[in-house]
Design a protein around this ligand. Sequence first.
Ligand code: G6P
Length: 360
Amino acid sequence: NDLDKGTYPYYMAKEMDEQPAVIRKIIQSYQNEAGNLEIDQAIVAKLTASDRIYIVACGTSYNAGWVGKQLLETLTHIPTEVHLASEFGHNMPLLTKKPFFIFLSQSGETADSRQVLVKVNDMNYPALTLTNVAGSTLSREAEFTLLLHAGPEIAVASTKAYTAQIAVLAILAEVVGKTVGLSEENNIIHDLGIVASSMESILSEKEQIEKLATDYLSTTRNAFYIGRGIDYYVAMEASLKLKEVSYVQTEGFAAGELKHGTIALIEEGTPVIAVITDERIAGHTRGNVQEVHARGAHTIVIVMEGLEQAGDQFILPKVNPLLSPLVSVVPTQLLAYYTSLHRGNDVDKPRNLAKSVTVE
Ligand code: G6P
């Protein structure tokens, strides 16, 4: 029974562990008999004809959207914007002539996202919903649907749906890219396979993360995640996860922006967790780690293999840099989980939060 926690104390623990299997299931689900990736031709046609992609979502799905933007722009060269549903509907930006909308929603029931979809449908623009729930409202009401195949997600804090959204967006981006003659040398099927194995190896090192949570986060009042580019997008999700389940006041920052204000909050012992997976900006983020370290912060560095330095706390197995969020987010999910556990919270049902929010 999918809904059974089995030997896990919390659904969140089970759902984090399911991620490698979910990635493999996604590869399988989007592969045709010849072993090639396949996406509904009508979706690909509308996307290649569009001049801009608008990603609309809330919460964790919104954070996945930023990684999706990176994937779509890199692999398809179609400019992509990411918007909060609750803002977009009431303060719509000027749209381009041929927009294509992507709604990201684990549940497919989020009211904030739905009110935008209703407007998009009224304007007759194409819309695609990526959701975990076949037959959900956002799936039924959008012209197109792609399923996440993550299996039911019960814990309020989303983990496997985030990684599933990124994996499906990567597949979509590669298929569209190849259709327009780009990203021909890419092999996302192969690279996602490596991601799944890498996730497994991270998940087998839980004790190491649990120790970091105990040492740095179990009594702190606040904490910061920093990163640049794709690592910043992960920092946003990592901080949302930590604050949701542990109630530690946490923000994710573009590493270079911290010094323009928030650095005022760094005190002796404030945890600052840096995510570093992108070679091109690793040196810059290192500089920001130094800045906060010099002001007393407890720094934790989560770094991609090949970029590590002595003293770094967690090394991630090497994967395609474009897919790095799929692995770098896993230790941050575990950090949130163990911090919540140690603080005695109900990990699966954080106060004031609901799994799906059906009011605006
Ligand atoms: C709620 C949940 C979040 C989720 C957000 C968007 O606020 O607590 O975990 O990310 O809704 O949900 P959706 O189902 O649209 O992805």
